[in-house]
Design a protein around this ligand. Structure first.
Ligand code: NAP
Ligand code: ZN
Ligand code: ZN
Length: 349
Protein backbone atom coordinates (compact mmCIF):
# COMPACT_ATOMS: atom_id res chain seq x y z
CA UNK A 1 0.00 0.00 0.00
CA UNK A 2 1.17 3.54 -0.80
CA UNK A 3 2.46 5.47 2.20
CA UNK A 4 3.71 8.95 3.00
CA UNK A 5 6.45 9.65 5.52
CA UNK A 6 5.62 12.44 7.97
CA UNK A 7 7.12 14.07 11.06
CA UNK A 8 5.91 13.02 14.49
CA UNK A 9 6.93 13.17 18.17
CA UNK A 10 7.12 9.93 20.08
CA UNK A 11 9.22 7.48 22.04
CA UNK A 12 11.01 4.21 21.33
CA UNK A 13 10.93 2.92 24.94
CA UNK A 14 9.13 3.31 28.27
CA UNK A 15 12.10 5.04 29.90
CA UNK A 16 13.04 7.29 26.96
CA UNK A 17 12.00 10.91 26.50
CA UNK A 18 9.74 11.80 23.60
CA UNK A 19 11.56 13.18 20.54
CA UNK A 20 11.13 13.80 16.84
CA UNK A 21 10.74 10.77 14.58
CA UNK A 22 9.39 9.89 11.13
CA UNK A 23 6.32 7.68 10.77
CA UNK A 24 4.31 6.31 7.86
CA UNK A 25 0.71 7.20 7.08
CA UNK A 26 -1.34 5.45 4.40
CA UNK A 27 -2.35 7.45 1.34
CA UNK A 28 -6.11 8.14 1.35
CA UNK A 29 -8.27 5.19 0.34
CA UNK A 30 -11.90 5.48 -0.81
CA UNK A 31 -13.45 6.40 2.59
CA UNK A 32 -10.45 8.19 4.12
CA UNK A 33 -9.98 11.78 5.20
CA UNK A 34 -6.44 13.19 5.38
CA UNK A 35 -6.16 15.85 8.09
CA UNK A 36 -3.41 18.38 8.74
CA UNK A 37 -3.23 18.53 12.53
CA UNK A 38 -3.52 21.99 14.08
CA UNK A 39 -3.83 21.13 17.78
CA UNK A 40 -3.52 18.02 19.93
CA UNK A 41 -4.48 17.81 23.60
CA UNK A 42 -2.27 16.04 26.16
CA UNK A 43 -4.16 13.34 28.07
CA UNK A 44 -2.83 11.49 31.12
CA UNK A 45 -3.40 8.32 29.03
CA UNK A 46 -0.69 9.59 26.63
CA UNK A 47 1.75 9.55 29.54
CA UNK A 48 0.54 6.12 30.76
CA UNK A 49 0.99 4.68 27.26
CA UNK A 50 4.36 6.34 26.48
CA UNK A 51 5.71 4.92 29.78
CA UNK A 52 3.99 1.52 29.50
CA UNK A 53 2.14 1.99 32.82
CA UNK A 54 -0.54 -0.47 31.64
CA UNK A 55 1.92 -3.07 30.30
CA UNK A 56 0.53 -3.31 26.76
CA UNK A 57 2.30 -0.47 24.92
CA UNK A 58 3.72 -1.20 21.47
CA UNK A 59 6.79 0.87 20.49
CA UNK A 60 7.41 3.25 18.91
CA UNK A 61 4.60 5.14 20.65
CA UNK A 62 3.28 8.37 19.13
CA UNK A 63 0.61 9.54 21.61
CA UNK A 64 -2.24 11.99 21.06
CA UNK A 65 -5.98 11.40 20.76
CA UNK A 66 -7.45 14.88 21.13
CA UNK A 67 -6.97 16.04 17.56
CA UNK A 68 -8.28 19.12 15.76
CA UNK A 69 -7.22 19.84 12.20
CA UNK A 70 -8.07 20.91 8.68
CA UNK A 71 -9.01 18.47 5.93
CA UNK A 72 -6.28 18.29 3.29
CA UNK A 73 -7.72 15.62 0.98
CA UNK A 74 -10.54 13.07 0.88
CA UNK A 75 -11.05 9.72 -0.86
CA UNK A 76 -13.52 9.40 -3.73
CA UNK A 77 -16.17 7.73 -1.57
CA UNK A 78 -16.16 10.39 1.17
CA UNK A 79 -19.41 12.34 1.43
CA UNK A 80 -19.27 14.02 4.86
CA UNK A 81 -16.15 16.16 4.46
CA UNK A 82 -14.21 18.19 1.88
CA UNK A 83 -10.81 19.88 1.74
CA UNK A 84 -10.66 22.90 4.05
CA UNK A 85 -13.21 21.65 6.63
CA UNK A 86 -12.26 21.95 10.30
CA UNK A 87 -12.62 18.51 11.86
CA UNK A 88 -11.66 16.48 14.90
CA UNK A 89 -10.54 12.95 15.75
CA UNK A 90 -10.73 11.41 19.21
CA UNK A 91 -9.60 8.11 20.70
CA UNK A 92 -11.04 5.76 18.03
CA UNK A 93 -10.07 5.39 14.37
CA UNK A 94 -11.73 2.09 13.45
CA UNK A 95 -14.00 -0.75 14.64
CA UNK A 96 -15.71 -3.77 13.06
CA UNK A 97 -18.92 -1.81 12.17
CA UNK A 98 -21.05 -4.96 12.37
CA UNK A 99 -21.15 -6.15 16.00
CA UNK A 100 -23.96 -5.30 18.37
CA UNK A 101 -21.97 -2.50 19.99
CA UNK A 102 -21.03 -0.93 16.64
CA UNK A 103 -24.66 -1.10 15.51
CA UNK A 104 -25.71 0.68 18.70
CA UNK A 105 -23.22 3.56 18.37
CA UNK A 106 -20.99 2.07 21.06
CA UNK A 107 -17.88 1.60 18.89
CA UNK A 108 -15.71 2.06 21.98
CA UNK A 109 -16.94 -1.31 23.29
CA UNK A 110 -16.42 -3.15 19.97
CA UNK A 111 -14.04 -6.08 20.58
CA UNK A 112 -12.14 -4.95 17.46
CA UNK A 113 -11.98 -1.20 18.18
CA UNK A 114 -8.81 0.47 17.02
CA UNK A 115 -7.32 3.16 19.24
CA UNK A 116 -5.90 6.29 17.63
CA UNK A 117 -2.50 5.19 18.97
CA UNK A 118 -1.29 1.76 19.99
CA UNK A 119 -4.05 0.07 17.99
CA UNK A 120 -3.50 -2.04 14.88
CA UNK A 121 -3.78 -0.34 11.49
CA UNK A 122 -5.15 -3.12 9.30
CA UNK A 123 -4.24 -1.22 6.12
CA UNK A 124 -0.52 -1.01 6.92
CA UNK A 125 -0.20 -3.90 9.40
CA UNK A 126 1.50 -1.43 11.75
CA UNK A 127 0.62 0.09 15.11
CA UNK A 128 -1.54 3.21 14.85
CA UNK A 129 0.24 6.48 15.62
CA UNK A 130 -1.53 9.37 17.31
CA UNK A 131 -1.86 13.10 16.99
CA UNK A 132 1.59 14.31 18.07
CA UNK A 133 2.25 14.43 14.32
CA UNK A 134 1.86 16.56 11.21
CA UNK A 135 -1.15 14.76 9.79
CA UNK A 136 -3.41 11.72 10.13
CA UNK A 137 -5.52 9.61 7.76
CA UNK A 138 -8.84 8.40 9.21
CA UNK A 139 -11.98 6.73 7.84
CA UNK A 140 -14.72 9.36 7.58
CA UNK A 141 -16.95 7.47 10.05
CA UNK A 142 -14.46 8.32 12.83
CA UNK A 143 -14.05 12.00 11.84
CA UNK A 144 -16.11 14.64 13.66
CA UNK A 145 -17.39 18.10 12.73
CA UNK A 146 -16.28 21.05 14.85
CA UNK A 147 -18.78 23.86 15.61
CA UNK A 148 -17.60 27.06 13.96
CA UNK A 149 -17.99 29.32 17.01
CA UNK A 150 -15.46 27.51 19.24
CA UNK A 151 -11.77 28.24 19.85
CA UNK A 152 -9.99 25.37 18.10
CA UNK A 153 -7.22 24.80 20.63
CA UNK A 154 -9.81 24.66 23.42
CA UNK A 155 -11.90 22.15 21.45
CA UNK A 156 -9.15 19.50 21.35
CA UNK A 157 -9.65 18.16 24.93
CA UNK A 158 -13.37 17.65 24.27
CA UNK A 159 -12.32 14.67 22.13
CA UNK A 160 -11.16 12.65 25.14
CA UNK A 161 -11.46 14.48 28.48
CA UNK A 162 -14.86 15.78 27.39
CA UNK A 163 -16.42 12.64 25.96
CA UNK A 164 -15.06 10.41 28.74
CA UNK A 165 -17.01 12.41 31.30
CA UNK A 166 -20.00 13.25 29.06
CA UNK A 167 -20.76 9.61 28.29
CA UNK A 168 -21.36 8.55 31.93
CA UNK A 169 -23.20 11.80 32.71
CA UNK A 170 -25.59 11.01 29.85
CA UNK A 171 -25.81 7.28 30.55
CA UNK A 172 -26.78 7.93 34.19
CA UNK A 173 -29.29 10.60 33.07
CA UNK A 174 -27.73 13.59 34.78
CA UNK A 175 -29.96 16.64 34.58
CA UNK A 176 -31.20 19.57 36.62
CA UNK A 177 -32.32 17.54 39.62
CA UNK A 178 -29.07 15.56 39.87
CA UNK A 179 -26.39 15.83 42.49
CA UNK A 180 -23.05 15.00 40.86
CA UNK A 181 -19.57 14.77 42.36
CA UNK A 182 -16.27 14.67 40.53
CA UNK A 183 -13.10 13.19 42.06
CA UNK A 184 -9.87 14.94 40.96
CA UNK A 185 -9.48 18.28 39.24
CA UNK A 186 -7.34 17.64 36.19
CA UNK A 187 -8.15 17.34 32.50
CA UNK A 188 -11.12 14.99 32.87
CA UNK A 189 -12.26 16.52 36.16
CA UNK A 190 -12.50 20.09 34.87
CA UNK A 191 -14.53 18.97 31.84
CA UNK A 192 -16.79 16.89 34.09
CA UNK A 193 -17.54 19.98 36.20
CA UNK A 194 -18.27 22.15 33.15
CA UNK A 195 -20.49 19.55 31.49
CA UNK A 196 -22.44 18.50 34.60
CA UNK A 197 -22.99 22.20 35.39
CA UNK A 198 -24.21 22.85 31.83
CA UNK A 199 -26.64 19.92 32.20
CA UNK A 200 -28.06 21.75 35.21
CA UNK A 201 -26.76 19.46 37.97
CA UNK A 202 -25.56 20.50 41.42
CA UNK A 203 -21.81 19.78 41.23
CA UNK A 204 -19.32 19.03 44.00
CA UNK A 205 -15.59 18.52 43.52
CA UNK A 206 -13.58 16.12 45.67
CA UNK A 207 -9.95 17.25 45.57
CA UNK A 208 -6.80 16.75 47.62
CA UNK A 209 -5.77 20.31 46.80
CA UNK A 210 -7.07 23.33 48.75
CA UNK A 211 -5.48 25.62 46.17
CA UNK A 212 -7.94 24.42 43.51
CA UNK A 213 -11.10 25.52 45.38
CA UNK A 214 -11.56 28.88 43.63
CA UNK A 215 -10.79 27.37 40.21
CA UNK A 216 -13.42 24.68 40.76
CA UNK A 217 -16.05 27.28 41.64
CA UNK A 218 -15.09 29.34 38.57
CA UNK A 219 -15.46 26.21 36.41
CA UNK A 220 -19.03 25.72 37.66
CA UNK A 221 -18.77 23.67 40.86
CA UNK A 222 -21.24 24.50 43.64
CA UNK A 223 -19.08 23.03 46.41
CA UNK A 224 -15.60 21.61 47.03
CA UNK A 225 -14.81 18.87 49.55
CA UNK A 226 -11.17 18.28 50.51
CA UNK A 227 -11.07 14.50 50.38
CA UNK A 228 -8.38 14.18 53.08
CA UNK A 229 -10.51 16.13 55.60
CA UNK A 230 -12.67 13.67 57.60
CA UNK A 231 -15.12 16.33 58.81
CA UNK A 232 -15.75 17.56 55.28
CA UNK A 233 -16.24 13.98 54.08
CA UNK A 234 -18.64 13.25 56.96
CA UNK A 235 -20.73 16.29 56.01
CA UNK A 236 -21.54 14.90 52.55
CA UNK A 237 -22.62 11.33 53.45
CA UNK A 238 -25.54 10.01 51.39
CA UNK A 239 -25.60 12.96 48.98
CA UNK A 240 -24.67 12.08 45.43
CA UNK A 241 -26.55 10.40 42.60
CA UNK A 242 -23.46 10.04 40.42
CA UNK A 243 -19.75 10.33 41.20
CA UNK A 244 -17.24 10.52 38.34
CA UNK A 245 -13.85 9.33 39.68
CA UNK A 246 -10.99 10.55 37.43
CA UNK A 247 -8.01 9.68 39.66
CA UNK A 248 -5.30 8.04 37.49
CA UNK A 249 -3.61 5.89 40.16
CA UNK A 250 -4.72 3.27 42.67
CA UNK A 251 -6.58 4.90 45.55
CA UNK A 252 -9.12 4.08 48.23
CA UNK A 253 -12.58 4.26 46.65
CA UNK A 254 -14.41 3.20 49.84
CA UNK A 255 -14.69 6.68 51.42
CA UNK A 256 -16.66 7.87 48.38
CA UNK A 257 -19.24 5.05 48.54
CA UNK A 258 -20.66 6.50 51.76
CA UNK A 259 -21.25 9.82 50.00
CA UNK A 260 -23.55 8.17 47.42
CA UNK A 261 -27.29 8.46 47.79
CA UNK A 262 -29.48 5.29 47.74
CA UNK A 263 -29.21 3.86 44.19
CA UNK A 264 -26.21 6.11 43.53
CA UNK A 265 -23.40 5.11 41.16
CA UNK A 266 -19.68 5.74 41.38
CA UNK A 267 -18.19 5.60 37.88
CA UNK A 268 -14.49 4.85 37.59
CA UNK A 269 -13.01 6.48 34.50
CA UNK A 270 -9.45 7.11 35.68
CA UNK A 271 -7.58 4.20 37.26
CA UNK A 272 -7.28 0.94 35.32
CA UNK A 273 -6.50 -2.11 37.49
CA UNK A 274 -7.33 -3.91 40.75
CA UNK A 275 -8.53 -1.68 43.56
CA UNK A 276 -6.45 -1.54 46.72
CA UNK A 277 -7.77 -1.45 49.41
CA UNK A 278 -10.54 -3.76 48.20
CA UNK A 279 -14.12 -2.58 47.91
CA UNK A 280 -16.23 -3.15 51.01
CA UNK A 281 -19.62 -4.44 49.85
CA UNK A 282 -21.47 -3.50 53.06
CA UNK A 283 -22.22 0.15 52.24
CA UNK A 284 -23.09 -0.88 48.69
CA UNK A 285 -25.58 -3.52 49.80
CA UNK A 286 -27.06 -1.22 52.42
CA UNK A 287 -27.99 1.38 49.82
CA UNK A 288 -28.28 -0.49 46.49
CA UNK A 289 -25.21 1.45 45.38
CA UNK A 290 -23.16 0.65 42.30
CA UNK A 291 -19.54 0.94 41.26
CA UNK A 292 -19.21 1.09 37.49
CA UNK A 293 -16.67 1.84 34.78
CA UNK A 294 -16.90 3.74 31.51
CA UNK A 295 -14.69 4.08 28.44
CA UNK A 296 -14.62 7.28 26.33
CA UNK A 297 -17.79 7.42 24.16
CA UNK A 298 -19.09 6.42 20.72
CA UNK A 299 -18.81 8.51 17.57
CA UNK A 300 -22.44 9.71 17.52
CA UNK A 301 -22.21 10.60 21.22
CA UNK A 302 -18.97 12.52 20.61
CA UNK A 303 -20.66 14.52 17.84
CA UNK A 304 -23.60 15.15 20.20
CA UNK A 305 -21.12 16.52 22.76
CA UNK A 306 -19.31 18.74 20.24
CA UNK A 307 -22.67 20.17 19.16
CA UNK A 308 -23.70 20.68 22.82
CA UNK A 309 -20.40 22.50 23.45
CA UNK A 310 -21.07 24.67 20.39
CA UNK A 311 -24.53 25.58 21.70
CA UNK A 312 -23.30 26.28 25.25
CA UNK A 313 -19.97 27.84 24.21
CA UNK A 314 -17.96 25.28 26.18
CA UNK A 315 -14.26 24.63 25.57
CA UNK A 316 -11.49 23.34 27.76
CA UNK A 317 -9.32 25.62 29.94
CA UNK A 318 -5.91 25.13 28.36
CA UNK A 319 -2.23 25.96 28.36
CA UNK A 320 -0.89 25.91 24.80
CA UNK A 321 2.61 24.43 24.50
CA UNK A 322 5.13 23.68 21.76
CA UNK A 323 5.75 20.01 21.05
CA UNK A 324 9.37 20.43 22.22
CA UNK A 325 7.99 21.07 25.75
CA UNK A 326 6.06 17.80 25.96
CA UNK A 327 8.46 16.02 28.34
CA UNK A 328 8.28 18.95 30.77
CA UNK A 329 4.49 18.95 30.43
CA UNK A 330 4.37 15.25 31.43
CA UNK A 331 6.38 16.01 34.59
CA UNK A 332 3.98 18.83 35.47
CA UNK A 333 0.99 16.54 34.82
CA UNK A 334 2.43 14.03 37.31
CA UNK A 335 2.46 16.80 39.94
CA UNK A 336 -1.19 17.70 39.08
CA UNK A 337 0.15 21.07 37.96
CA UNK A 338 -2.04 21.50 34.86
CA UNK A 339 -4.65 24.26 34.49
CA UNK A 340 -6.38 22.24 33.22
CA UNK A 341 -5.19 20.68 29.97
CA UNK A 342 -2.03 21.09 27.92
CA UNK A 343 -2.70 21.47 24.20
CA UNK A 344 0.12 21.25 21.69
CA UNK A 345 0.23 23.82 18.89
CA UNK A 346 1.29 21.42 16.14
CA UNK A 347 2.72 24.25 14.05
CA UNK A 348 5.72 23.91 16.41
CA UNK A 349 6.62 20.47 15.00
P1 NAP B 1 -4.84 14.59 35.11
O1 NAP B 1 -5.07 15.82 34.29
O2 NAP B 1 -3.46 14.26 35.54
O3 NAP B 1 -5.83 14.71 36.40
C1 NAP B 1 -5.95 13.72 37.37
C2 NAP B 1 -6.35 14.36 38.71
O4 NAP B 1 -6.51 13.31 39.67
C3 NAP B 1 -5.30 15.28 39.30
O5 NAP B 1 -5.42 16.60 38.87
C4 NAP B 1 -5.56 15.16 40.81
O6 NAP B 1 -6.62 16.02 41.20
C5 NAP B 1 -6.05 13.74 40.95
N1 NAP B 1 -4.93 12.82 41.34
C6 NAP B 1 -3.76 12.61 40.71
N2 NAP B 1 -3.04 11.67 41.33
C7 NAP B 1 -3.76 11.27 42.39
C8 NAP B 1 -3.55 10.33 43.42
N3 NAP B 1 -2.44 9.59 43.47
N4 NAP B 1 -4.52 10.18 44.35
C9 NAP B 1 -5.63 10.94 44.31
N5 NAP B 1 -5.88 11.85 43.35
C10 NAP B 1 -4.96 12.01 42.40
O7 NAP B 1 -5.34 13.30 34.32
P2 NAP B 1 -6.53 13.17 33.22
O8 NAP B 1 -5.96 13.43 31.87
O9 NAP B 1 -7.70 13.88 33.69
O10 NAP B 1 -6.77 11.59 33.26
C11 NAP B 1 -7.24 10.96 34.42
C12 NAP B 1 -7.22 9.46 34.25
O11 NAP B 1 -8.26 9.10 33.33
C13 NAP B 1 -5.93 8.89 33.65
O12 NAP B 1 -5.61 7.69 34.32
C14 NAP B 1 -6.30 8.58 32.22
O13 NAP B 1 -5.53 7.52 31.67
C15 NAP B 1 -7.74 8.16 32.40
N6 NAP B 1 -8.58 8.24 31.19
C16 NAP B 1 -9.57 7.32 31.06
C17 NAP B 1 -10.44 7.38 29.98
C18 NAP B 1 -11.56 6.41 29.85
O14 NAP B 1 -12.10 6.27 28.75
N7 NAP B 1 -12.00 5.77 30.91
C19 NAP B 1 -10.27 8.38 29.02
C20 NAP B 1 -9.27 9.33 29.22
C21 NAP B 1 -8.42 9.26 30.32
P3 NAP B 1 -6.62 16.81 42.62
O15 NAP B 1 -5.33 17.56 42.69
O16 NAP B 1 -7.81 17.68 42.48
O17 NAP B 1 -6.80 15.80 43.72
ZN1 ZN C 1 -7.37 10.47 26.66
ZN1 ZN D 1 -17.85 -3.82 16.35
Amino acid sequence: MDTTSIKAFGTEAADAALGEMDIKRRKVTDKDVEIDILYCGVCHSDLHFARNDWGFSVYPVVPGHEIVGKVKAVGEGVSKYKAGDIVAVGCLVDSCRTCNNCENDLEQYCPEWVGTYGGHDKHLDLPTYGGYSESIVVDEHFVLSVPENLDLAGVAPILCAGITTWSPLRHWNVGKDSKVAVVGLGGLGHMAIKLADALGAHVTLFSRSKNKIQDAMDLGADAVVISTNEDEMAAVQGQFDVIIDTVPYVHDVNPYIGTLNTNGTLVLVGYLGPLDPMLNSVPMIMGRKKVAGSLIGGIAETQELLDFCGEHNITSDIEVIDIQDINKAYERMLKSDVHYRFVIDMASL
